[in-house]
Design a protein around this ligand. Structure first.
Ligand SMILES: Nc1ncnc2c1ncn2[C@@H]1O[C@H](COP(=O)(O)OP(=O)(O)OP(=O)(O)O)[C@@H](O)[C@H]1O
Length: 204
């Protein structure tokens, strides 16, 4: 009498195959975003917050002023005495924002951009401002000379633009000039129509 093992090994294959079972089981994927996530970055004073507010008004996406958000939600890791601003605890920030990023529809405004996960970002906007206009804006804020010159150097050496290009696929990095108010309105319209196109394309 044949053993159970023999019976199993000699029996014809079952009607389903193990391979087919495996193929039908997919890796869990992050849920698709219904709206894009956008970072607006650039040297302090280039107009990130004011542009993000305008785009948020036009598009309905939610604006997160990251420096303020991090302070309000205790996601900071000290104070930078040179730049005179809070130092973010990047891990805490990412952990705090991961659900929002997964849903999509965030317009983040922050001077840097390199620590956001590339797969969660759809567009990285880098604002650029001529040095004379930037100097006037920073001076009007009453910033100390050291802070002004640090920020001016950052803009002259296009530090943030390089950071964006090194951290993300260049196809999603958009450089926009932000020297005059008319330009800011134009930038807001450009980003609004980019968002509408993105939503149309991704809802098909
Ligand atoms: N394109 C522009 N033309 C003229 N003025 C502008 C423009 N963009 C911003 N401003 C003005 O410059 C100042 C700084 O703008 P804003 O606070 O938006 O800059 P920011 O990049 O967010 O700065 P920070 O990083 O320090 O928060 C504001 O008074 C704003 O009205």
């Amino acid at each position: 009498m044949s053993s159970l093992r023999d019976q199993i090994s000699s029996s014809s294959p079952p009607s389903f195959s193990f391979e087919a079972e495996l193929v039908s089981w997919e890796m869990p994927r992050s849920r698709p975003r219904r709206s894009p996530n956008i970072i607006i970055c650039g040297t302090p004073g280039t107009g990130k917050t004011s542009l993000a507010e305008k785009v948020s008004e036009l598009s309905g996406l939610s604006h997160i002023n990251l420096s303020k958000y991090a302070v309000d939600n205790q996601l900071v890791d000290g104070w930078d005495n040179v730049l005179n601003c809070a130092v973010l605890d990047e891990d805490k920030v990412l952990d705090n924002l991961k659900e929002k990023f997964a849903d999509g529809g965030c317009i983040l405004d922050y001077h840097g951009c390199d620590f956001f996960p590339e797969e969660q970002m759809d567009l990285v906007v880098v604002l650029r401002t001529e040095t004379s206009a930037l100097y006037d804006r920073l001076k009007a804020r009453g910033y100390p000379e050291r802070k002004i010159s640090n920020n001016m150097e950052c803009e002259i050496f296009q530090t943030i633009l390089d950071e964006a290009r090194e951290s993300y696929d260049e196809a999603i990095v958009m450089e926009l000039t932000s020297n005059a108010e008319a330009e800011q309105r134009e930038n807001a319209r450009t980003l609004h129509s980019w968002i509408q196109d993105w939503i149309k394309t991704h809802s098909k």
